[in-house]
Write a protein that binds this ligand. Structure first.
Ligand SMILES: Nc1nc2c(ncn2[C@@H]2O[C@H](COP(=O)(O)OP(=O)(O)O)[C@@H](O)[C@H]2O)c(=O)[nH]1
Ligand SMILES: [Mg+2]
Length: 373
């Protein structure tokens, strides 16, 4: 029969061992199918409405929180709209958590601190969300994976929630995604949000702009580090925590703390009406963790009374909006088809010395504005 054939995975040397043949299917006119189309369709993100996610988050359902965050992190245009719709609904419910940023060089012990501190807060009856801003994650595929093993205990705690750093996408990027995820977590009912970031490049400035309290985790014996450390980072911090104050390191840690305190004395404080101080702790042994929570609570009460707390949040919202406008302008400009076509030509003219930069930019904008008319 010409419409019959052996499948290609049959061993040609021993074809008799297989009785299978492939036969062409036939269509019978008027025959109806037994399975209604769509029955086996995979349930996707899109099958859940924003309303369902909204209600789920307010009811405290973890799966719905995760779905909401997935929406926010998605780079698809239609998810972007849905995510904004969700945020709009939840906005009034957000804002009640204490937002804490934690920075420091790799290996300082940020993740270990969060494990100890987060567990301490959970034991005190609070609910804790841990987010991360990791500038290297879009390249390395997420170094927080290694961190999650450092936060094993916290990751298993039903009062805690750990979300790795989102990878960078076209629409807005890590900054927006982390900020919006934070708002979602607040609406869900977390009391404390901890944001870990590696102290490299711009990420600590970005995180400072998202949080109420900003903490720098440092190592002992940092005499040299102190010299080399950018004064700028210290001026962003509301507390400097000398970690690993245990074992042989303890005396050294205390010495380091007073060295930092001396320097802090001459620096501009990060928050009006608050003096930044250095503390010691051992994240591994859980020593000094409670004291840091007391410091933060004290900070919140002082700044709330003076109005600095709300003032900062308002300023952060304004700054966030400004950044998003800049973001959109940039994307809108560079992805504009007319600009994309024209830019390389004009660049060449500038490079070859046939056009001044100012004239070139002016020409580009003329073309850009014309595309709106
Ligand atoms: N002795 C001691 N080691 C610590 C302490 N905190 C963290 N470590 C160790 O320092 C290393 C780096 O910690 P990790 O939390 O991953 O640092 P991160 O890169 O800042 O997040 C790990 O091997 C930890 O076990 C501490 O309080 N005492
Ligand atoms: Mg870490």
């Amino acid at each position: 029969m010409p419409d019959e054939k052996r499948p290609e995975w049959i061993n040609p040397d021993e074809p008799e061992k297989f009785s299978t043949v492939i036969r062409k299917g036939v269509e019978v006119e008027g025959q109806t199918t037994f399975v209604k189309s769509g029955t086996f369709k995979k349930k996707r993100q899109d099958d859940v409405t924003t309303e369902q996610i909204y209600e789920g988050i307010l009811r405290g359902e973890r799966t719905m929180l995760a779905r909401g965050i997935t929406l926010i992190e998605s780079n698809a245009e239609h998810h972007f709209r849905k995510a904004q719709d969700l945020l709009q609904k939840l906005l009034a419910k957000s804002g009640r958590a204490v937002r804490i940023g934690i920075t420091g060089v790799p290996g300082a012990g940020k993740s270990t601190f969060i494990e100890a501190f987060g567990t301490y807060l959970c034991n005190a009856g609070l609910k804790v969300a841990v987010l991360a801003v990791d500038p290297s994650s879009s390249l390395s595929g997420g170094s927080i994976l290694g961190d999650k093993t450092r936060m094993e205990q916290l990751a298993r705690n039903p009062r805690a929630f750990i979300r790795p750093s989102p990878s960078e996408g076209k629409l807005g990027g890590v900054h927006r995604k982390t900020k919006e995820t934070m708002l979602l977590c607040e609406a869900y009912g977390f009391d404390v949000i901890l944001i870990e970031t590696v102290g490299v490049g711009q990420s600590e400035v970005i995180v400072r702009d998202m949080v109420d309290f900003f903490m720098l985790v440092v190592l002992t014996g940092a005499g040299d580090e102190l010299q080399g450390m950018k004064k700028g980072i210290m001026e962003l911090a509301d507390a400097i925590v000398v970690n690993k104050a245990d074992g042989d390191n303890l005396t050294f840690a205390k010495k380091t703390r007073s060295e930092y305190n001396q320097i802090l004395h001459f620096l501009q404080p990060a928050t009006k009406g608050w003096s930044t101080k250095a503390y010691t702790c051992s994240s591994l042994q859980g020593v000094g963790i409670g004291e840091i929570w007391e410091v933060i609570q004290n900070f919140v009460s002082i700044t709330q009374q003076s109005g600095v707390f709300d003032e900062r949040r308002r300023a952060q919202t304004k700054e966030w909006m400004k950044n998003m406008i800049i973001d959109q302008l940039q994307t809108g400009f560079f992805f504009n088809p007319a600009i994309k076509e024209l830019l390389p030509k004009i660049e060449n003219e500038v490079i070859s010395g046939n056009k001044t930069v100012t004239t070139a930019v002016d020409e580009l904008f003329q073309v850009y504005y014309k595309t709106f008319r």
